[in-house]
Design a binder for this molecule. Structure first.
Ligand code: GYE
Length: 331
């Protein structure tokens, strides 16, 4: 059986369960004939800052179409208030389920109370949130960012095991107050805390964007040019920083060891070229799992409250054939 037929089979069997248990109804996405019920999912994407984000958007659109879920998609252009506005409009429209990728961790309580009052389940996708009450959303699906920071630190310790030190690290972090930034920031520090050899000499925010990665690297070279490692919180910022290094005659991957997070196609290409030394995987491909979750929630079936993606580590020592393939991309 091909991998692609698994989700389809799952949805078929879920639909069968549905026809057996959908009594009453008549609201939301129900048509006159209950067997033809179409689930409506309101999805608020936070923006389009990176290659990861584009992959996330494409994957969710693809998965919704293949599951027969009607997607109401909104792009918040990097603004939390646009996300709140979109979620409110989904509530007004009476969608069956709301899902959103929250740009920052805090500030969601009010709008989630409103969704709760309207009896609309909410799935938090990709980034985590902090709320006063812990019952303001139904499920989470995404990555463990703290673990990513830990894995980045562990790889640095291993790579520099034979170096006496000091080992000076520059960090380009992601969007301030977002959960990937917080997780990766503290995860790295947790590993390095007991290791005096490592010193994080500068940390600047590049908002997960390539253009800002360039600006950050300019700033780093101006303020603390003597660094051994660059830790970028995503591939796009690492790639922007690499452009600046090259403009300054610095050889990325050799003069400065580069560790980044995501492992999207451009990052994998840079790893193959030796410009990035280590990639910590963060997968945006949660679309099928999200649709399965939507079905289970709507039909009252048991579902996992938290689903985490895998976090693999790819390095410049790996055999190219073992590097991950991505939709439309094979190293
Ligand atoms: O690492 C970055 C994107 O939230 C996990 O956001 C996501 C992060 C990802 O812009 O590239």
């Amino acid at each position: 059986m091909s991998k692609a037929s698994i989700p389809i089979l799952l949805f078929i069997s879920l639909s069968l369960v549905l026809s057996a248990c959908a009594g009453g109804g008549g609201s939301g996405g129900y048509s006159d004939n209950e067997d033809e019920r179409i689930i409506v999912l309101g999805f608020s994407q936070l923006g389009d800052e990176s290659e990861w984000r584009t992959a996330s958007t494409n994957d969710i659109k693809r998965a919704a179409a293949s599951a027969g879920v009607q997607l109401m998609f909104d792009n918040a252009q990097q603004q939390q208030f646009n996300q709140i506005k979109a979620i409110r409009s989904f509530i007004l429209k009476g969608v069956d389920v709301i899902a959103f990728c929250p740009i920052v961790e805090e500030g969601w309580d009010n709008v989630l109370e409103e969704a709760r009052a309207a009896n609309i389940p909410v799935i938090v996708v990709d980034r985590e949130i902090k709320t006063e009450r812990d019952d303001l959303y139904t499920a989470f699906i995404g990555s463990d960012f703290h673990r990513e920071g830990v894995k980045a630190g562990e790889w640095m310790v291993e790579r520099f095991a034979d170096v006496e030190g000091p080992v000076r690290i520059a960090e380009i972090s992601g969007t301030p107050d977002s959960s990937p930034t917080i997780g990766r920031y503290y995860g790295l520090r947790e590993v390095l805390a007991d290791n005096e050899k490592f010193e994080i000499v500068i940390s600047v925010s590049g908002d997960f964007m390539r253009s800002k990665g360039r600006e950050c690297m300019e700033q780093i070279l101006l303020e603390t040019p003597d660094i051994d490692i660059l830790f970028a919180h995503n591939d796009d910022m690492a790639l922007g920083a690499i452009e600046i290094m090259e403009e300054h005659g610095i050889i990325p991957g050799q003069d400065i060891v580069i560790v980044s997070v995501d492992a999207q196609p451009s990052g994998i290409e840079a790893l193959i070229q030796g410009k990035i030394n280590c990639l910590i995987e963060c997968s945006p491909y949660v679309g099928d799992d999200l649709m399965a979750l939507v079905f289970k929630i709507v039909y009252g079936l048991p579902f996992p409250e938290n689903t985490f993606t895998e976090t693999r580590v790819f390095t410049d020592q790996d055999d190219i054939s073992t590097l991950p393939t991505r939709p439309g991309y094979r190293p």
